[in-house]
Structures are given as C-alpha cells and as structure tokens.
Design a protein around this ligand. Structure first.
Ligand SMILES: NC(=O)c1ccc[n+]([C@@H]2O[C@H](COP(=O)([O-])OP(=O)(O)OC[C@H]3O[C@@H](n4cnc5c(N)ncnc54)[C@H](OP(=O)(O)O)[C@@H]3O)[C@@H](O)[C@H]2O)c1
Length: 250
C-alpha cells in the first residue's frame, strides 16, 4: 500500500474503529498519535504497532475529549512530537443505551460532549493548521444514525447529525486551501459499541471499516457510507415521509 500520510492523529483510538485505523496507518509506515482515556489499551496498541513491522510508530496520549480546555496545548505537543501532521481522524464516540421513554438529560449531554463538542475542540485547531499550511486531511466518523431523527436514540442521532453539519461547514471553509474534509457514515461495525445490540445486520469488522475509511480519505471523498450499500438504504430512509418514519420503532 502506497504511503499517503507520514504523520496522523487519531482521537478515540483505544478500541474499535479508531484502534483499527491506528494499526493500519502504523502498518503503512505512518507515525500515529493515538488519543483516548484508557492508557492500558493505548499501550497494547503501541506494542502491537512496534512488533507488527511496517516501519510505523504509535505515540499514546491519554486525554478525555470532554475536556476541551486541554486540547490547544496537547494538540501543539502532538504536532511537535510527530514532527508534522498530515491526517486527523476524530473517531471518539459513545452511544449510551436509552429506554424508549427515558429523558435523561445528563446522559444525553454527555453524548453531545463526547461525540460533538469534543470533535469541535479537536478539529478546529486541525482545520486552522491545515488552512495555514494549505494541505492536510480531516476525517470525522459520523454515522448512518445521523441521517434521521430516530425515536430510539434521539441524542446519539443529534450528535452525529451535528457532526455531519460541522464537517460540511469545515469543508466549505478549507476546501479553498486544498484541505480535504471527509465525512464517514458507518453502518453496523463489530465493536464494543454494538456488542449485544439486537437487530444488527450487514455487520463488518472494525478492520474492514478502517480499510474502507482510509481508502475514502485517500481519495478525498466528501461523504462516504461504510460499506457503500448503506448509501442506498439511507436514500430510502431519508426520503420516507415523517408520518411513515415515525411508525417505525427504530
Ligand atoms: N460500531 C458501530 O456500529 C458504529 C456505527 C456508526 C458509527 N460509529 C462511530 O464510530 C466511532 C468509533 O466507535 P466504535 O464502534 O469503534 O466504538 P468503541 O470501540 O467503543 O470506541 C470508542 C472510542 O472512543 C473513545 N472515547 C469515548 N469517550 C471518550 C472520551 N471521553 N475521551 C476520549 N476518548 C473517548 C474510546 O476510548 P476510551 O474509552 O479509552 O476513552 C474508544 O477509543 C464512534 O464515533 C461511533 O459513534 C460506530
């Protein structure tokens, strides 16, 4: 595989899709900064990246994306440690189980802080840096869940819809400088987030998702459904009139 990026930052890198992205980037010879809260998982990932060969390296950074005030300094540290920055991927996310008649504001706000506010805190400095340098790629991991307001998980959906809109707006700001912003909308991926959930279908591995995501990012896609067949499903779901959609218990 051709090495497109020398240096990368993955936020939300300790498990699932983020960890798979780190493994693939390191295997392609990239120096990758990996951010998450679980130090032990990041350490295991760093050892794996060292022993897998491929010439890459993984640098672990423990941080909580719900603390935006720590980002500017850490972002500077990371770019210094990496010796540059070509690619930033925001993969951090939580999807707390929500009962149909539950309205737990604390739980909902926590999802927004992780999935949306955290993305803004990490991708704003990335966009600013890339616009100044007139190059770079930003990838945000949204979800098919952000394409419609489902009754089952109102605020997870909202956080992803907000992320999609934020990424589109960033793209419209920085495209003129040659900076790419890629919105990724995965379907079901086999990770801790989906473990034990009923009704999953077309489940793909985190590694397969990472492979598709990096291919789409390399091509500078605008929005990519992962895998691509979700585009057609979501076209139908998005075209469904509200009075019909509301009857579906999703
Ligand atoms: N799995 C799916 O079917 C699916 C479908 C569509 C979209 N997605 C999206 O894909 C992304 C990755 O999810 P996943 O499926 O790979 O789940 P996962 O295995 O649970 O990974 C979530 C990642 O986010 C990090 N994270 C969560 N809260 C954080 C915080 N406060 N600070 C720093 N990092 C935090 C976790 O690290 P720590 O816990 O170590 O902090 C972990 O590395 C998420 O944005 C998710 O919404 C997943």
């Amino acid at each position: 595989m051709k090495k497109t990026w020398q240096t990368a930052l993955v936020v939300g890198a300790s498990s699932g899709i983020g960890a798979a992205l780190v493994r693939r980037l390191a295997a392609q010879g990239c120096r990758v900064a990996a951010v998450a809260r679980r130090h032990d998982e990041l350490e295991k990932l760093a050892v794996g990246a060292r022993t897998a060969g491929g010439g890459g390296e993984m640098l672990p950074y423990v941080a909580d994306v719900r603390e935006p005030q720590s980002v500017p300094e850490l972002f500077e540290t990371i770019t210094g440690d990496l010796g540059g920055l070509d690619l930033v991927i925001y993969a951090a996310g939580v999807m707390h189980p929500v009962q149909f008649e539950e309205y737990d504001t604390a739980k909902d706000l926590e999802m927004l802080r992780t999935n949306l506010s955290g993305a803004v805190a990490w991708l704003n400095p990335a966009a600013q840096r890339f616009a100044r340098l007139k190059r770079g790629t930003i990838v945000g991991i949204g979800s098919v869940a952000g394409d419609r307001g489902r009754s089952g998980s109102p605020v997870y959906n909202t956080s992803k819809a907000g992320l999609h809109t934020y990424l589109e707006a960033l793209r419209n700001r920085v495209a003129r400088y040659g900076v790419k912003v890629v919105t990724i909308k995965p379907g079901f991926v086999d990770t801790a987030m989906t473990k034990g959930l009923p009704g999953l279908f077309w489940l793909i591995s985190a590694d397969r998702a990472a492979e598709i995501i990096l291919t789409k990012a390399r091509k500078g896609a605008v929005t990519a459904y992962v895998p691509a067949r979700w585009r057609f499903v979501m076209l139908i779901i998005r075209s469904m009139p509200s009075f019909i959609f509301r009857r579906l218990k999703v």
